[in-house]
Design a protein around this ligand. Structure first.
Ligand code: GLV
Ligand code: MG
Length: 325
């Protein structure tokens, strides 16, 4: 273990994160009653330019008036390259700072972007005398943001999570696709011909590198890596497969761009009963091994050692966090 200790962001449950356009206030009450862990009220890409002002007002009113229970509440502001962003931050933080938990910053490109938002938020919080500090969630969704992801992840004490914005990332890298998330038949491997000449096509995951890169930067800085949108909300199996791939890589949660995706994200991102039982058995077996003066033993025919303890503890900790929510 390095001598450098990685400080962890606040332990906020973030299995599912629901996107709600600020211009659709009729959706707010239903979202408040859902089982989602985090809601982000959107001022950015789901809101047309003519609706930005009204959406901002809707969000401020809703954060103050609606009972959102113990959900974490976030607002996605407009990008730093727009003229909406400063007013998003000033109006929303000045008028909802006591309830607002997080600000989601889209299209973050450099650590200086994070600094700029931090500076503005800090001034407002100090001027208003807020005790609570608002956290940051950054969407990594441009080639520049991915190139600078490590510096972005380390750029502020407010940073809590990194999100993979697959749609904008595809546009920014000029990936040849128009779908939001999911897989693409053109990203596949064709096997060599078998004896009878037949060949198999193995579909690959074109987002693997980007997501894995972001997970490393997030974890190295104690942040939660969160997978972004999956556009085809009719395709529940496709969503679950994408969420599972993200979870296996280390992501803690996934966006829901439709309420029907909340349950799927919560299910995939929660350790199963079988995983929790196995984790407890590993901890028990290792405790016995340690008492007997051994560092490694076998459980169900497989080797386990001190690294297995750390893996098991991650699962048990997550299960306790979910149970205590
Ligand atoms: C999210 O903002 C995305 O672009 O995928
Ligand atoms: Mg985007």
């Amino acid at each position: 273990m390095s001598f450098h200790t990685v400080e962890q962001a606040p332990g906020r449950l973030n299995r599912s994160e629901l996107a709600i356009p600020g211009s659709q206030p009729q959706m707010f009450e239903k979202a408040a009653k859902s089982d989602v862990d985090v809601i982000f009220l959107d001022l950015e890409d789901a809101v047309a330019p003519d609706e930005k002002d009204q959406a901002r007002k809707n969000i401020i009113e809703a954060l103050n008036d609606i009972d959102w229970g113990n959900k974490s509440m976030s607002v996605r502001i407009n990008g730093l390259d727009t003229h909406y962003m400063y007013r998003d931050v000033v109006d929303v933080v000045e008028q909802t700072g006591e309830r607002l938990d997080l600000i989601m910053v889209p299209k973050v490109g450099t650590a200086a972007d994070v600094y700029a938002v931090d500076m503005l938020v800090t001034q407002i919080e100090d001027a208003k005398g807020y005790k609570k500090r608002i956290g940051f969630e950054h969407i990594i969704e441009t080639a520049l943001g991915m190139q600078n992801v490590s510096e972005i992840a380390a750029a502020s004490k407010r940073n809590e999570s990194l999100h993979f914005g697959v749609a904008d990332y595809a546009a920014s890298t000029r990936a040849r696709t128009t779908i939001i998330g999911g897989v693409n038949p053109d990203y596949s491997v064709l096997t060599d011909p078998a004896a009878d000449g037949s060949r198999d096509v193995h579909w690959g995951d074109m987002w693997h590198y980007a997501l894995a890169r972001m997970v490393v930067a997030a974890r190295a800085n104690g942040l939660r890596p969160i997978d972004g949108p999956f556009g085809d909300f009719q395709d529940k199996e496709g969503y679950k497969a994408a969420a599972k791939r993200a979870a296996v890589l280390g992501c803690e949660g996934k966006w829901a761009i439709h309420p029907s995706q909340i349950e799927l994200a919560n299910e995939v991102m929660s350790p199963s009963d079988a995983e929790i039982t196995k984790a407890h058995r590993i901890l028990e077996a290792m405790a016995e091994a340690e008492a007997a003066g051994k560092g490694a033993v076998s459980l169900d025919g497989r080797l386990i050692d001190y690294a297995s303890i750390r893996q098991a503890e991650v699962l048990v900790e997550k299960a306790e966090q979910i149970a205590g929510n």
